[in-house]
Write a protein that binds this ligand. Structure first.
Ligand SMILES: CC(C)(COP(=O)(O)OP(=O)(O)OC[C@H]1O[C@@H](n2cnc3c(N)ncnc32)[C@H](O)[C@@H]1OP(=O)(O)O)[C@@H](O)C(=O)NCCC(=O)NCCS
Length: 338
């Protein structure tokens, strides 16, 4: 894992918007988050820092990596994706690089794709990265306070390799989507939609050709910033998290009591507590670190996984469940034997 040095407290955010520490802690559990250096760090550079540690721990060098999978919603460029920037930054061979755009579920989707490549025998060392630099594009104004206080920056990475050991590895992954609520948690612009799906998402100029990518009105109305209907996300999340966790357990003949550690995507501490209660799991079976990092979207699961492992809470042979829900909506789970 890699997180930027700069710690941003809830009190600091009150300089820019009408909010307060008590509200943020009570509704989200977040005490502080990290923000990347404005100009010296990017989503890719943070991902690269996490990747270096993952490769070192896996005992491989950048030259050993066969494939890169990069999950993010805050890429360095609109295109190309961050995967190729990692290939360049680490002087890797001319290997494939794939970018995954599944927001909060991005890391599990990426892990699942990597798992299939490993199990098919196509690749032997896959670098999977989840990284976000949310701080570059949040709307630091009261109008967006429900969303801007939640997100933080950071990165996590893993190296996937094949094993002969039948009691180790990714047991199964479960991926889902329902696009009916795509506009509930989204950043609409810049985009090609031109209000096709929903009126009022983009104000663009009347022109003969083009001129829809960005307009001054879009910028003035914050239509180029993330939007979230928090309560709607919350309602769906507390249903889909338990559902996809139970799907993974049922598929493999396990119960919640068998889980050594559940690593939920760090969306909101209240969501995690709700899921824990609904599944009747104990406090020491669920890992949360949103209090210190906020919601880091594609990075949140590898960040939490890394800290749980570093703190000795995950040991070889333990059953670990990863679960995520977010924009799309997409949701997913993965069951691992550590
Ligand atoms: C965003 C979220 C924390 C808001 O909490 P909530 O209890 O649902 O609050 P609401 O949105 O209903 O807003 C309640 C009030 O708090 C206010 N409020 C919103 N953000 C605020 C902030 N940062 N500071 C202070 N007040 C705030 C609202 O304006 C509203 O005020 P009103 O009643 O005067 O209109 C919550 O809905 C949530 O966590 N949802 C899930 C979000 C999530 O997980 N997103 C990540 C994707 S996986």
């Amino acid at each position: 894992m890699y997180v930027p040095e700069n710690v941003v407290t809830n009190d600091y955010l009150t300089k820019f918007m009408d909010t307060n520490d008590e509200w943020i802690q009570e509704r989200t559990g977040i005490k502080e988050r990290r923000y990347a250096h404005r100009t010296k760090e990017t989503t890719t550079t943070m991902g690269v820092e996490a990747a270096k540690i993952a490769m070192e721990r896996a005992g491989v060098t950048p030259q050993d990596i066969d494939f890169i999978i990069f999950a993010t919603l805050s890429p360095d460029y609109y295109f190309p994706g961050c995967g190729v920037l990692v290939q360049r930054a680490l002087n890797m061979k001319e290997i494939g690089a794939l970018d995954v755009r599944n927001q909060c579920s991005g890391f599990i989707y990426a892990l699942s794709v990597g798992d299939q490549f490993i199990k098919s025998g196509m690749y032997k060392n896959i670098l999977v990265i989840g990284s976000e630099k949310h701080s570059f594009g949040l709307d630091f104004n009261t109008r967006s306070r429900n969303i801007s206080v939640i997100f933080g920056d950071g990165a996590g990475a893993v190296v996937l390799q094949p094993t002969e050991d039948e009691n180790r590895g990714i047991i199964s992954t479960h991926l889902h989507s329902d696009g009916h609520s795509a506009e509930i948690l989204a950043m609409y612009n810049p985009g090609t939609h031109a209000n096709f799906w929903q009126e009022g998402l983009a104000d663009f100029d009347d022109a003969e050709i083009g001129e829809m990518f960005e307009s001054h009105t879009m910028i003035d109305k914050a239509q180029n910033r993330p939007y979230m209907d928090g309560p709607e996300v919350f309602k769906k999340a507390v249903v889909k998290f338990p559902e996809v966790i139970m799907e993974a357990l049922n598929k493999n003949g396990y119960t919640t009591a068998d889980i050594k550690m559940l690593i939920p995507h760090q969306a909101n501490l209240r969501i995690s507590h709700f899921v824990q209660q609904r599944l009747k799991m104990k406090d020491d079976q669920v890992y949360n670190n949103i209090q210190r990092y906020g919601n880091t979207t594609a990075a949140s699961i590898p960040l939490a996984l890394c800290e749980a492992w570093q703190e000795g809470k995950i040991k070889e042979g333990d059953l670990v469940c990863l679960a995520a829900f977010g924009s799309g909506f997409t949701w997913a789970s993965a069951l691992l034997q550590w």
